[in-house]
Design a protein around this ligand. Structure first.
Ligand SMILES: C[S@@+](CC[C@H](N)C(=O)[O-])C[C@H]1O[C@@H](n2cnc3c(N)ncnc32)[C@H](O)[C@@H]1O
Length: 205
């Protein structure tokens, strides 16, 4: 069976035009977030699992200093050429999120995830939450749109349980908002939720 932990799995989906999650445009709720109070005064931005890069490009257009990471070369190839067309500067990283080295620790003021948490192996969710904490600057925020909130077998996308996710991220971060009052596209309405967490100034192990 193919392995979601490997970039080849995702490259193949992109090559075969099977990127069913691709909105072909920035995420509407993310556009709203970019001008929200939560992002105000913060600049250094990481988009994790950026795919074709629409959200990263939108953030760069709004003046954020964006790093966009994905371990699929195919996705980044597309994102790079789109960024060039849109004349924005983005630091693209073709890397496995879990292997991102320590030079990035305490680096980002904002980290954004849309449909990446549900793409990783569910057994690695705790590792994922710990890595987010490690990459965030003290006072930095992690914004995630949890999707798909439903009972489903298998994946990706792997089902997201709000309580499980909240418990995991709250181990080291403070939840500041959790809301389904966001601009969801019609087919995803009722199955997604925006959460924003903040890393406190002190350190947690
Ligand atoms: C479902 S797609 C979502 C892409 C994008 N966020 C979007 O909304 O269109 C998940 C993305 O996460 C990437 N990904 C999955 N696991 C990863 C990992 N361990 N490191 C880096 N990227 C990863 C995949 O290559 C894929 O592009």
């Amino acid at each position: 069976m193919s392995d979601v932990n490997k970039p080849e799995f995702w490259n193949e989906l992109y090559i075969n035009n099977s990127a069913a999650w691709d909105l072909k445009s920035p995420t509407p709720a993310f556009i709203d977030l970019l001008s929200s109070e939560y992002f105000d005064g913060r600049k250094k931005f990481l988009v994790v699992g950026c795919g074709y890069g629409y959200d990263a490009i939108e953030a760069a257009k709004k003046g954020f200093e964006v790093t966009a990471l994905d371990f699929s070369e195919k996705a980044i190839e597309f994102a790079r050429s789109l960024a060039q067309k849109e004349k924005v500067n983005i630091n693209f990283l073709v890397e496995d999120f879990f292997n991102l080295n320590n030079t990035f620790s305490n680096s980002f003021e904002i980290i954004f995830d849309y449909v990446t948490y549900c793409a990783i192996d569910p057994k690695r969710r705790k590792e994922y939450a710990d890595k987010i904490y490690q990459l965030l600057k003290p006072e930095g925020i992690f914004a995630i749109i949890l999707f798909p909130i439903e009972n489903r077998i298998g994946g990706p996308p792997f089902a997201v349980d709000v309580n499980e996710a909240t418990d995991l991220f709250s181990e080291k971060l403070e939840l500041i908002i959790s809301t389904d009052k966001i601009n969801s596209i019609k087919p995803r309405k009722g199955r997604e939720l925006l959460q924003i967490y903040r890393r406190a100034n002190g350190k947690k192990s």
